[in-house]
Ligand binder design. Structure first.
Ligand code: GLP
Length: 247
């Protein structure tokens, strides 16, 4: 486990992009796991810059996103498919057919979750999974209480996550109450993981996940069990850490 504390979110994005770019250049057909939310935006901006500058090629990359709201079509401006197109895929030379986001409109979500797991397995697994962290310690949409062995499935969102995410919707009632999410077990199978965090509202979750016990109450604490995790944390989100980490 490597914890890197950086001054701000811009630096967080640059450090993460440099790390991912190095791995991508070493492996054609790189399988990148992607996350949504405000946290990875500085990373995506840097990846776009690198791609436009000719420093990083996405033409053979394959991506899998962590989650999607149940009931939102890909055309909905708050769907995670739309988020990924607008914030990354539309600006880089990636083959859109090689980008995967769980289908929030699947007629049989359970079958679709199983198919998502199979696709990841068939491709040989995720090389690097990008993660944010919820203020309640969730990763993807694995809310507190999720089994550390969980797989891709339909999950119910907690009140705190619905409240956190309501800032993107006109009314809190418009926030979907269910999502399809990769499981914690699925995430732990990635070859490498990069967890990003910035903002004082993440400080508690980061401290509990990194320095507290491994527990279902803090899903991100499961990352302590993974051998290759980089935590790239901005100062404000690192303010409640007690141990001496790299700066
Ligand atoms: C969302 C996503 C997570 C994300 C988290 C934090 O609900 N499902 O993958 O990491 O919440 O979001 P933000 O980065 O906007 O704080």
């Amino acid at each position: 486990m490597q914890v890197i504390i950086v001054p701000n979110k811009e630096e967080m994005g640059k450090r993460a992009a440099a790390l991912i770019a190095e791995q991508m250049r070493a492996k054609p057909q790189f399988v990148l796991g992607l996350a949504t939310g405000s946290t990875p935006l500085p990373l995506y901006q840097e990846l776009i810059r690198m791609n436009k500058a000719g420093e990083l090629d996405f033409s053979t990359a394959i991506t899998f996103n962590l989650d999607e709201y149940v009931g939102l079509p890909p055309t909905h401006d708050q769907s995670y498919r739309c988020f990924m197109n607008v914030n990354l895929f539309d600006h880089i030379n990636i083959n859109k057919a090689a980008t995967h986001v769980p289908d929030g409109m699947a007629p049989d979500p359970d079958v679709s979750c199983e198919a998502y797991e199979c696709m990841i397995e068939d491709i040989g697994g995720i090389d690097c999974q990008v993660l944010g962290i919820g203020s309640n310690g969730h990763i993807a949409f694995n809310e507190p209480g999720s089994s550390l062995a969980s797989r891709t499935r339909v999950v119910k969102l907690t009140k705190s996550t619905i409240k956190d995410n309501s800032r993107f919707f006109a009314r809190t009632e418009d926030v979907p109450t269910r999502a399809i999410s990769m499981g914690i077990g699925t995430v732990l199978e990635a070859e490498g993981i990069v967890l990003l965090a910035y903002g004082a509202n993440k400080a508690d979750a980061v401290a509990k996940a990194l320095e507290g016990p491994v527990t279902v109450s803090v899903p991100a604490s499961a990352l302590q069990l993974h051998p290759r995790v980089h935590w790239i944390i901005a100062e404000d989100a690192a303010s409640k850490l007690r141990l001496e980490w790299e700066r």
